[in-house]
Design a protein around this ligand. Sequence first.
Ligand code: HAM
Length: 416
Amino acid sequence: MSKVNAPKGTGDLFSPQIEKWQYLEDKIRSYFSRFLYREIRTPVFEHSELFQRGIGSETEVVQKEMYTFADKAGRSLTLRPENTASVVRAAIEHNLLNDMFPLRFLYIGPMFRYEKPQKGRQRQFHQFGIEVFADGSPQVDAEVIYSAYNFLKEIDLRSISVEVNSVGCDVCRPGFLEQLQTAAREKKDALCVECQRKTDTNPLRIFDCKNEKCIDTSNSFPKITAHLCEECAVHFDQVKAALQILQVEYKINPRMVRGLDYYTKTTFEIISGQLGAQNAVLGGGRYDNLIKDLGGPDMVGIGFAAGMERIILHLQEVELEPRKKILVAYQNPEIQDAALGLCETLWRSGVHAYMEYSAKNLKKQFKKGDKLSANYTFILGEEEAQNNTISVKDMSSREQITIKQEELAQWLKKNI
Ligand code: HAM
């Protein structure tokens, strides 16, 4: 029979990789609770309309990358390519915008984009992210950037840098887009076919193009930072001032418009010097119209999402503290029940213990112990069973001692 493999761009996670994921997930939950984020879990598929309206119909994500399908009742559904639109949808649907305080959400989960897979880029990938609603102050933008940057530092990610920009608002962006459009039309022949189309439909998206020639050409185009209205300029200045107080070093990148249409004012990315082409570890920004555009009240928002596969690539060298393991071995089948009872005591005490039910002789059980890399082997022989004792073998020093059953708790406290 031929075998069936996982679809292209997806992967299976198992030990020892999975321990790194668990480590990362634990760190995320404990770190972001400092800032009063609470977890939210939304469905992995939503009505396609949510993303078309939320992310923008001209974006690469909506145009080319969504996994959209009709269900048996003919509804158009899409595997979520990102989670901001879903969190906004959930907050509106469950009236959280009135009922909850603070409006701070954390999520961890799989996202789906039909992209060309390569190192750090998959079709099913995982993000963790945060969203803050109802606070338009520039300081909250700086706090969000700080929390992201400081988290990556705390988990010891090296060679990372912060890039920030402001993409303006409904007041300043239309005028800027007109100028951008004029500049792009003048240099039309130097742009790829796709960017020629974007010139008419959504010229800001030209800055997302990875084509070298388009990057070169658009370098001479007007920069949004030079066209901000008074309010956006002041907001951006205050974000920068707060970043300084929070000791976040950053670079201004006026080309960074992010690939999603919902952004207003502050945008940011954290870039890694160790990841090659897919170097954005994390990206986010302010979205002051999204909640309203998805049918909610006129309420502002800001957040970011981080690519967990990309963080895991950095975590490769992290030495995770191994958990101590005990193999419980028994001399013959008559003592197996006593060994099972001992295992139960260990499990109940929270100890990582294992016993082999089918390998009846000690030699075979010891071999399994080596495979497990057990730290200790507890041996129950006839003598031990009779005297209510346990022989304890330290697998690294090979030393063996005998302890009384009633001394077990004390021994565990000292050694495990
Ligand atoms: P995004 O920039 O599209 O933003 O994605 C955020 C991060 O997800 C990227 O920086 C990258 O690390 C990771 N990522 C994206 N696509 C892939 C992929 N195909 N394979 C592996 N990793 C990937 C958003 O998704 C916004 N929702 C962020 C946000 C939250 N903005 C405001 N709130």
